[in-house]
Design a protein around this ligand. Structure first.
Ligand code: ADP
Ligand code: MG
Length: 212
C-alpha cells in the first residue's frame, strides 16, 4: 500500500510546512505513485491526465535535491509552450516559498533574449524553458547546464507532437550524463516510448490511465 500523506516522505520540514500552508493535505494518485521513486533518485516516466498534480510531483523532487547555497543551475524543466512554462514556474515558486532565495527563471521564445542572457549571468537554480529558446541559449553558450542534477520533460507528448524531438536530442546532449531524468506525459504513444528509451536511464513507469 502506498501512503498518501506527504509527511510519509523524506521531505524537509520546511517543504512539509509549505505543503500544509498550500493546503495540499494528501498526495494525488500520480504523486503517491511517483514521488517515492523520484525522491529515491530514479528516472521516472509518469503518465496521467491534465490536472492530476504532475507539477508538484517533479517540483518536490527538484526542491528535495536542490542545494540552495550553490547558485548553479541544478534543474531544467522543458515545456511545450510559454503558457505552460509560466504555469510550471508559478507552481514551483509556490512550492519553494518556504525556502526563499531559490531562483527560478523562465526562458521562452516570444520574449527578447538579451534580458534572459543578463538574468542567466546572475544565476538560476531552476530553469523552466521551451525547447527552441533553450537551444538558442545553448548555442550562444549563455546557459551552463554542467551542474544539472534533474532534467524534466513535461508534457513530453505535446513537445514531440509540436516537432521538438530533434531539439530535445540536442538539449539532452548538453546535459550531464549523470542526472535524474523525469518524463511526464498525458498519453503514452510509441514516439514517447522511443523518447523515453533514448533520454532516460532504466526508468520506472507510473501509469494511471489506460492507453487508447
Ligand atoms: P497536471 O500537470 O497533472 O495537469 P497540475 O500540476 O497543474 O496538474 O495540478 C493541477 C492543480 O492541482 C494545481 O492547481 C495544483 O496546485 C493542484 N494540486 C497539485 N497537487 C495537489 C495536492 N496534493 N493537493 C491539492 N491540490 C493539488
Ligand atoms: Mg502539467
Amino acid at each position: 500500500m502506498t501512503s498518501s500523506t506527504f509527511s510519509s516522505l523524506p521531505l524537509s520540514p520546511a517543504l512539509l510546512e509549505n505543503l500544509e500552508r498550500l493546503e495540499y493535505r494528501s498526495m494525488t494518485p500520480i504523486q503517491a505513485q511517483s514521488l517515492p521513486l523520484i525522491l529515491q533518485g530514479k528516472d521516472v516516466i509518469a503518465q496521467g491526465k491534465t490536472g492530476s498534480g504532475k507539477t508538484a510531483a517533479f517540483g518536490l523532487g527538484i526542491l528535495h535535491t536542490l542545494k540552495q547555497a550553490w547558485f548553479g543551475t541544478q534543474a531544467l524543466v522543458l515545456c511545450p509552450t510559454r503558457e505552460l512554462a509560466e504555469q510550471v514556474a508559478t507552481e514551483l515558486r509556490r512550492l519553494a516559498r518556504a525556502a526563499d532565495n531559490i531562483k527560478i527563471l523562465t526562458l521562452c521564445g516570444g520574449a527578447p533574449i538579451r534580458p534572459q542572457i543578463e538574468s542567466l549571468q546572475h544565476g538560476a537554480h531552476i530553469i523552466v524553458a521551451t525547447p527552441g529558446r533553450l537551444l538558442d541559449h545553448i548555442e550562444r553558450a549563455s546557459v551552463d547546464l554542467s551542474g544539472l542534477k534533474t532534467l524534466v520533460l513535461d508534457e513530453a507528448d505535446r513537445m514531440v507532437d509540436m516537432g521538438f524531438y530533434d531539439d530535445l536530442v540536442t538539449i539532452v546532449k548538453a546535459c550531464p550524463i549523470r542526472r535524474q531524468t523525469l518524463l511526464f506525459s498525458a498519453t503514452y504513444p510509441d514516439n514517447i516510448r522511443k523518447a523515453s528509451a533514448r533520454f532516460l536511464n532504466r526508468p520506472v513507469e507510473v501509469r494511471l490511465e489506460s492507453v487508447h
